[in-house]
Design a protein around this ligand. Structure first.
Ligand SMILES: [Zn+2]
Length: 254
């Protein structure tokens, strides 16, 4: 997981009349005391402009596990705050008022969204959950890390020395346990497949690092400058597992 830049503009589909109509319909149902179901929400977040804009903005990767995803076959628009239900609170109707809110969308893989995150949205002790549109979201204290609003590197590190190099496990770094819960319970970041895919990178990163370390040792300025560029490219935001790649070089002081 890496920090993403500020969001692109709201796609036209989310400003359309049909979205206004469905928002009003949902709001009316809530006012009438009806319980909402997933089918009450027309999936306008799957409109081409919404999905494509998010996908490009997230560097064609899942915002959580950082695997590259095919836009048509392997992608989901994930509601950071779940729209119709909250697993941790059976009395909650979901964050229905954010169902069509651009700021509540992230691009994710199906494993992160459908197998791990689902309708989970736990809060830290002391967090005050929002139940209705005017409630203050800033006092909620979500456990799940949001890669747009926060710096994931503060919460998530990686262990590439355990498991004999077969798996690279993500580990939580913060005392409150947000990183730990994010990687182990709320996303597929520590799914076996994802850990294995990260491990496949280790030999390449080690090879780059060892040349850079030798170049520095010999004060070979040409090689230092060449490998600085290589490290920059290999840790750029559009690379798979950029969060892990950055942690790897950072740990070696590179
Ligand atoms: Zn994912």
């Amino acid at each position: 997981m890496i920090k993403l830049e500020s969001r692109p503009p709201v796609p036209d589909s989310l400003k359309s009349e049909k979205v206004k109509r469905i928002k009003n319909k949902i709001s009316d149902k809530i006012q009438a005391g009806e319980c909402l179901k997933s089918v009450d929400f027309e999936p306008y977040w799957r409109e081409n402009d919404v999905k494509t804009s998010l996908w490009r903005y997230h560097h064609k990767k899942c915002c959580y596990c950082e695997r590259k995803r095919d836009l048509k076959r392997e992608s989901d628009v994930e509601h950071f705050r779940p729209k119709a239900k909250v697993t941790e609170d059976e009395n909650h109707s979901g964050y229905w008022w954010l169902a069509y809110d651009w700021t509540n969308y992230l691009f994710s893989c199906k494993a992160c969204n459908q197998e791990y995150k689902k309708n989970r949205f736990p809060l830290l002790p002391g967090g005050k959950r929002a139940f209705k549109e005017r409630d203050d979201l800033s006092v909620e204290k979500p456990v799940l890390i949001n890669p747009i609003d926060e710096i994931p590197e503060k919460f998530i590190g990686f262990d590439w020395q355990g498991s004999y190099g077969i798996l690279v496990k993500a580990v939580g770094l913060d005392k409150a346990g947000r990183g730990h819960q994010t990687v182990n319970r709320l996303t597929a970041i520590n799914d076996q497949n994802v850990m294995r895919q990260r491990a496949e990178l280790v030999s390449l990163l080690q090879a780059i690092a060892s040349i850079m370390i030798s170049a520095k040792h010999c004060d070979n300025q040409t090689l230092i400058s060449e490998y600085s560029e290589i490290i920059k490219t290999e840790t750029s935001a559009n690379k798979e597992f950029a969060g892990f790649r950055r942690a790897f070089f950072r740990a070696l002081g590179l």
